[in-house]
Design a protein around this ligand. Structure first.
Ligand code: TYD
Length: 209
Protein backbone atom coordinates (compact mmCIF):
# COMPACT_ATOMS: atom_id res chain seq x y z
CA UNK A 1 0.00 0.00 0.00
CA UNK A 2 2.66 2.50 1.06
CA UNK A 3 4.93 3.35 -1.85
CA UNK A 4 7.36 5.67 -0.12
CA UNK A 5 9.81 5.14 2.71
CA UNK A 6 9.24 6.13 6.32
CA UNK A 7 12.35 6.99 8.33
CA UNK A 8 12.35 8.30 11.87
CA UNK A 9 15.12 9.90 13.91
CA UNK A 10 15.27 9.36 17.65
CA UNK A 11 17.64 10.31 20.41
CA UNK A 12 17.91 12.22 23.62
CA UNK A 13 18.10 15.96 23.71
CA UNK A 14 21.51 17.25 22.61
CA UNK A 15 22.34 14.18 20.48
CA UNK A 16 22.77 16.24 17.29
CA UNK A 17 19.54 14.85 15.88
CA UNK A 18 18.43 18.08 14.20
CA UNK A 19 21.76 18.58 12.43
CA UNK A 20 21.92 14.98 11.26
CA UNK A 21 18.33 15.01 10.08
CA UNK A 22 18.98 18.15 7.99
CA UNK A 23 22.13 16.65 6.45
CA UNK A 24 20.25 13.44 5.66
CA UNK A 25 17.43 15.31 3.94
CA UNK A 26 19.94 17.27 1.84
CA UNK A 27 21.74 14.06 0.89
CA UNK A 28 18.53 12.20 -0.04
CA UNK A 29 17.42 15.11 -2.21
CA UNK A 30 20.82 15.09 -3.95
CA UNK A 31 20.10 11.42 -4.73
CA UNK A 32 16.91 12.49 -6.52
CA UNK A 33 14.49 11.39 -3.77
CA UNK A 34 11.24 13.23 -3.22
CA UNK A 35 11.56 14.02 0.49
CA UNK A 36 9.11 15.26 3.09
CA UNK A 37 10.72 16.47 6.30
CA UNK A 38 8.46 16.53 9.32
CA UNK A 39 8.50 16.30 13.13
CA UNK A 40 6.54 15.48 16.28
CA UNK A 41 4.95 16.99 18.14
CA UNK A 42 3.43 19.86 16.20
CA UNK A 43 3.58 19.56 12.43
CA UNK A 44 -0.13 20.05 11.70
CA UNK A 45 -2.29 23.09 12.52
CA UNK A 46 -3.92 21.23 15.45
CA UNK A 47 -0.58 19.71 16.41
CA UNK A 48 0.94 23.17 16.73
CA UNK A 49 -1.55 23.94 19.49
CA UNK A 50 -0.98 20.54 21.16
CA UNK A 51 2.77 21.19 21.07
CA UNK A 52 2.30 24.46 22.91
CA UNK A 53 0.16 22.74 25.57
CA UNK A 54 2.80 20.05 26.00
CA UNK A 55 6.09 21.89 25.86
CA UNK A 56 5.69 25.60 26.65
CA UNK A 57 5.82 25.03 30.40
CA UNK A 58 2.54 26.89 30.84
CA UNK A 59 0.87 23.62 31.94
CA UNK A 60 1.91 20.56 33.91
CA UNK A 61 -0.02 17.64 32.42
CA UNK A 62 -0.27 14.55 34.57
CA UNK A 63 1.40 11.52 32.93
CA UNK A 64 -1.86 10.19 31.45
CA UNK A 65 -2.75 13.57 29.89
CA UNK A 66 0.76 13.98 28.58
CA UNK A 67 0.59 10.59 26.87
CA UNK A 68 -2.85 11.26 25.39
CA UNK A 69 -1.80 14.65 24.03
CA UNK A 70 1.23 13.13 22.29
CA UNK A 71 -1.05 10.44 20.83
CA UNK A 72 -3.57 13.04 19.67
CA UNK A 73 -0.79 14.87 17.89
CA UNK A 74 0.38 11.62 16.29
CA UNK A 75 -3.07 10.55 15.08
CA UNK A 76 -3.48 13.91 13.35
CA UNK A 77 0.02 13.80 11.90
CA UNK A 78 -0.20 10.23 10.56
CA UNK A 79 -3.56 10.81 8.92
CA UNK A 80 -2.98 14.28 7.50
CA UNK A 81 0.73 14.33 6.71
CA UNK A 82 2.61 11.03 6.82
CA UNK A 83 0.19 8.65 5.11
CA UNK A 84 -0.62 10.93 2.16
CA UNK A 85 3.10 11.58 1.59
CA UNK A 86 3.94 7.86 1.65
CA UNK A 87 1.06 7.12 -0.71
CA UNK A 88 2.52 9.72 -3.09
CA UNK A 89 5.84 7.83 -3.01
CA UNK A 90 7.78 10.30 -0.88
CA UNK A 91 10.56 9.57 1.56
CA UNK A 92 9.17 10.83 4.85
CA UNK A 93 11.85 11.82 7.34
CA UNK A 94 10.32 12.37 10.75
CA UNK A 95 11.99 13.89 13.80
CA UNK A 96 10.69 11.64 16.63
CA UNK A 97 7.76 9.18 16.60
CA UNK A 98 6.31 6.34 18.69
CA UNK A 99 9.68 5.28 20.14
CA UNK A 100 9.83 8.69 21.84
CA UNK A 101 6.46 8.00 23.45
CA UNK A 102 7.68 4.65 24.73
CA UNK A 103 10.82 6.27 26.11
CA UNK A 104 9.50 9.56 27.53
CA UNK A 105 5.92 8.78 28.56
CA UNK A 106 6.09 5.09 29.45
CA UNK A 107 9.65 4.75 30.78
CA UNK A 108 10.29 8.39 31.77
CA UNK A 109 6.94 8.86 33.51
CA UNK A 110 6.90 5.28 34.77
CA UNK A 111 3.54 4.43 33.21
CA UNK A 112 3.01 0.71 33.34
CA UNK A 113 3.28 -0.74 29.82
CA UNK A 114 -0.08 -2.50 29.91
CA UNK A 115 -1.70 -4.16 26.93
CA UNK A 116 -4.17 -1.28 26.64
CA UNK A 117 -1.44 1.34 26.41
CA UNK A 118 0.44 -0.76 23.86
CA UNK A 119 -2.72 -1.07 21.78
CA UNK A 120 -3.36 2.66 22.05
CA UNK A 121 0.08 3.49 20.71
CA UNK A 122 -0.50 1.26 17.68
CA UNK A 123 -4.00 2.66 17.25
CA UNK A 124 -2.77 6.29 17.26
CA UNK A 125 -0.11 5.56 14.67
CA UNK A 126 -2.59 3.42 12.68
CA UNK A 127 -0.08 0.59 12.74
CA UNK A 128 2.37 2.60 10.66
CA UNK A 129 5.85 1.41 11.63
CA UNK A 130 8.95 3.14 10.23
CA UNK A 131 11.02 1.29 7.62
CA UNK A 132 14.11 2.43 9.53
CA UNK A 133 14.76 4.34 12.70
CA UNK A 134 18.04 6.09 13.34
CA UNK A 135 18.79 6.21 17.06
CA UNK A 136 21.52 8.73 17.82
CA UNK A 137 23.05 7.27 20.91
CA UNK A 138 24.56 9.84 23.25
CA UNK A 139 25.10 8.85 26.90
CA UNK A 140 23.13 10.96 29.36
CA UNK A 141 26.19 12.63 30.91
CA UNK A 142 27.47 13.81 27.50
CA UNK A 143 23.99 15.00 26.58
CA UNK A 144 23.74 17.02 29.81
CA UNK A 145 27.05 18.77 29.04
CA UNK A 146 25.93 19.66 25.51
CA UNK A 147 22.58 20.94 26.76
CA UNK A 148 24.25 23.10 29.42
CA UNK A 149 26.52 24.76 26.89
CA UNK A 150 23.60 25.39 24.54
CA UNK A 151 21.58 26.98 27.31
CA UNK A 152 24.58 29.16 28.14
CA UNK A 153 24.47 30.29 24.49
CA UNK A 154 20.85 31.31 24.95
CA UNK A 155 18.94 28.32 23.54
CA UNK A 156 15.60 27.88 25.31
CA UNK A 157 15.03 24.37 26.69
CA UNK A 158 11.52 22.85 26.64
CA UNK A 159 9.54 21.57 29.65
CA UNK A 160 10.83 18.02 29.26
CA UNK A 161 14.47 19.08 28.90
CA UNK A 162 14.17 20.42 32.45
CA UNK A 163 13.29 17.02 33.91
CA UNK A 164 15.59 15.46 36.46
CA UNK A 165 18.59 13.30 35.63
CA UNK A 166 16.70 10.12 36.67
CA UNK A 167 14.08 10.88 34.02
CA UNK A 168 16.70 11.32 31.28
CA UNK A 169 18.41 8.11 32.39
CA UNK A 170 15.14 6.18 32.15
CA UNK A 171 14.56 7.62 28.68
CA UNK A 172 18.04 6.57 27.61
CA UNK A 173 17.61 3.04 28.97
CA UNK A 174 14.31 2.75 27.14
CA UNK A 175 15.83 3.75 23.78
CA UNK A 176 18.59 1.25 24.36
CA UNK A 177 16.05 -1.51 25.09
CA UNK A 178 13.91 -0.62 22.06
CA UNK A 179 16.99 -0.81 19.84
CA UNK A 180 17.86 -4.27 21.16
CA UNK A 181 14.32 -5.57 20.71
CA UNK A 182 13.89 -4.19 17.22
CA UNK A 183 17.45 -4.27 15.92
CA UNK A 184 16.41 -4.76 12.28
CA UNK A 185 14.43 -1.55 12.26
CA UNK A 186 16.29 0.59 14.79
CA UNK A 187 19.93 1.31 14.00
CA UNK A 188 22.14 2.62 16.74
CA UNK A 189 24.57 5.33 15.68
CA UNK A 190 27.25 6.48 18.11
CA UNK A 191 26.57 10.22 18.34
CA UNK A 192 29.75 11.08 20.28
CA UNK A 193 31.78 11.21 17.08
CA UNK A 194 32.11 14.14 14.71
CA UNK A 195 29.30 15.26 12.44
CA UNK A 196 30.74 13.82 9.22
CA UNK A 197 31.36 10.36 10.68
CA UNK A 198 27.86 10.16 12.12
CA UNK A 199 26.34 11.27 8.82
CA UNK A 200 28.36 8.74 6.88
CA UNK A 201 27.01 5.90 9.09
CA UNK A 202 23.45 7.13 8.61
CA UNK A 203 23.89 7.09 4.84
CA UNK A 204 25.16 3.51 4.95
CA UNK A 205 22.04 2.46 6.88
CA UNK A 206 19.67 4.26 4.51
CA UNK A 207 21.33 2.89 1.39
CA UNK A 208 19.90 -0.49 2.41
CA UNK A 209 16.43 0.90 1.67
P1 TYD B 1 11.72 19.35 20.34
O1 TYD B 1 11.84 20.75 20.78
O2 TYD B 1 10.89 19.10 19.12
O3 TYD B 1 13.20 18.94 20.07
P2 TYD B 1 14.11 17.67 20.26
O4 TYD B 1 13.45 16.53 19.55
O5 TYD B 1 15.37 18.10 19.61
O6 TYD B 1 14.26 17.45 21.73
O7 TYD B 1 11.21 18.50 21.56
C1 TYD B 1 10.23 17.59 21.54
C2 TYD B 1 10.11 17.06 22.94
O8 TYD B 1 8.98 16.21 23.03
C3 TYD B 1 11.32 16.25 23.38
O9 TYD B 1 11.69 16.66 24.67
C4 TYD B 1 10.81 14.83 23.41
C5 TYD B 1 9.35 14.98 23.63
N1 TYD B 1 8.48 13.91 23.11
C6 TYD B 1 7.85 13.06 24.01
O10 TYD B 1 8.02 13.17 25.22
N2 TYD B 1 7.01 12.09 23.53
C7 TYD B 1 6.76 11.93 22.20
O11 TYD B 1 5.99 11.03 21.81
C8 TYD B 1 7.41 12.82 21.28
C9 TYD B 1 7.15 12.70 19.81
C10 TYD B 1 8.26 13.80 21.78
Amino acid sequence: MTKGRFITFEGGDGSGKTTQLQLTVTWLKSQGKDVLQTFEPGDTPLGKEIRRLLLSGEYTPVPASELLLFLADRAQHVEQVIKPALAAGKWVICDRYTDSTLAYQLAGRKLEATRILGDMLVWAEQGLTPNKTIWLDLPVEDAAKRMASREAEGEVANRLDHEKMAFHKAVYQAFSGIQKNASQRVKRIDARRDIAQVQSDIQVVLKSL
